[in-house]
Ligand binder design. Sequence first.
Ligand SMILES: [Zn+2]
Ligand SMILES: [Zn+2]
Length: 260
Amino acid sequence: MANNRELSLFDSHCHLDFEYFDDDRGEVFARMQEEGVDRCVSVAVDFEHLPRLQALAEQHDNVWFSVGIHPNHEVDEEPTVEQLCTLSDHPGCVAIGETGMDFFRHRVDPALQERRFRTHIQAAQQLGKPVIVHNRDADSESIRILTEEEIGKCGGIMHCFSADWDTAKAALDMGMYISFSGNVTFKNNQQLRDVAAKVPEDRILIETDAPFLAPVPHRGRRNEPAYVKHVAQCIADVKGLSIREMAETSTNNALKVFGI
Ligand SMILES: [Zn+2]
Ligand SMILES: [Zn+2]
């Protein structure tokens, strides 16, 4: 692996505001710097964490954040377009989400997930910001809603991509970006690496989804942004690129989609 200080990596999706990092967040930032992970987006899953996300972006000029409610997060009141627009009025906010469809756990009724997803896309279109899409075991539903709501108008990211090529192709055809996470490095996931090999370079993002889904060789432990280099290396290998080329391309893609 190349000398990481020569790299400039962008973790397009992590949850640095989560309590998992409360004891050693400073060390997590130090390791990011050592490994050449110069920037990240800390992604919202609810409104309760927004003050923490705003504070992170204010304290660190290499951290941005998003505003949104995760499809499986239970709330008393559903967000409105107006509310999402008001809450994202902050210089550090670069995206709406994470939102989408999750049929893996079914904590929130699918009809409610769909309504919430549509509300987020409509807010993103008003704001001119991309949507960070969480899709788990709901490929055709997610693509149907993205198509009907015309995601191309604001752009979006299929985060932690774990679906098949047809789903990737449908998202790419709508102008979306595909973000790969630690699961692309898992030994039994050749299918996902085959999809990654086909995604055009100028549409690939890399992420950790930290603290979850740590890539090999950290699998099973708490994940952190410094580990995004393992995702970069894996995608570089399947595409026959150097990690430096992969870092440069995916960082440029992230700067472009987030308008940084
Ligand atoms: Zn997610
Ligand atoms: Zn996430």
